[in-house]
Design a protein around this ligand. Structure first.
Ligand code: BTN
Length: 263
């Protein structure tokens, strides 16, 4: 059985969907860019592209995602109905966190879907949607998981903030096994988006790093907002309370903790 067929079987055996098409690349620019081409050509839901290494991996907020060998680089195509699309990035975060847990590493989520272990980033998710007059047509969900990255292969500014399954003492796992677990869990939470969406937000909050009431900064493009982290609501928005007491709901951006001077 080739690698793609083995992945299809592994996911199906965990109760997940039967992937209609799988591409495995030794090297690619970005699995998400490749999958967008397939989406525009009408590819079916759950079509999946994976790579051993990416040369132009992309992260959220326009950042680069360094993608040397030793990571999982996966993109999966979903075609959610409108109301399912808003919470999908959070559902994906829960799914990836559960998959990582199943290899022996307990992890937490930072809004919207950074997967952290010991306060360092272990996995990231990039959800990119295309909409038409009838609403969301497709979402390409790009998932990057650090499995056994050699820290020397990362740039100096990333090395301290990043961790991997191996560095956290997780069970030894290759990209195939982690991909199968992540997609099987994603299918569960994707169904929950239709049947009980508030369960998705609740599951997300259970895994959140406990920054509630703490001073945080939200950056989105050039905009910066500072205030206390009040909530992540049932629609998946981050709620920040500004110094004057006004509450703002944010649907995208990068959140970081601000520590009072001297602490
Ligand atoms: C983040 O910034 O946290 C999101 C990172 C998402 C990286 C993945 S790796 C597979 C897919 N292909 C890409 O170019 N990016 C995503």
């Amino acid at each position: 059985m080739d690698r793609a067929a083995a992945l299809v079987e592994a996911i199906a055996s965990q109760g997940g969907p039967r992937l209609p098409a799988v591409e495995w690349h030794a090297t690619i620019g970005s699995t998400s860019d490749r999958l967008k081409q397939l989406a525009r050509a009408g590819a079916a839901e759950w079509t999946t592209v994976l790579a051993e290494r990416q040369t132009s991996g992309r992260g959220r907020e326009g950042r680069r995602w360094q993608s040397p060998p030793g990571g999982l680089y996966l993109s999966v195509l979903l075609r959610p109905s409108g109301e399912r699309a808003a919470l999908l990035p959070l559902a994906a975060g829960v799914a990836v966190a559960e998959a990582v847990d199943s290899f022996g590493v307990v992890c937490q989520l930072k809004w919207p879907n950074d997967v952290l272990a010991s306060g360092r980033k272990l996995a990231g998710i990039l959800a990119e949607a295309s909409s038409g007059s009838a609403g969301v047509e497709w979402v390409v969900l790009g998932i990057g998981v650090n499995l056994a990255l050699d820290p020397a292969s990362l740039s100096a500014e990333l090395r301290d903030g990043v961790t991997s399954l191996a560095a956290q003492g997780g069970r030894e796992a290759g990209p195939d096994a982690v991909a199968a677990a992540a997609l099987a869990r994603l299918a569960v939470w994707y169904d929950a988006l239709r049947e009980a969406p508030s369960r998705v937000a609740a599951a997300w909050r259970e895994r959140a790093i406990p920054w509630w009431g703490r001073l945080v900064e939200l950056r989105s493009g050039t905009a910066v907002l500072r205030g206390r982290l009040a909530a992540v609501d049932d629609e998946g928005a981050l709620v920040i309370e500004l110094p004057g007491g006004e509450r703002r709901r944010l649907v995208s951006g990068e959140v970081s903790r601000l520590r009072p001077a001297g602490s």
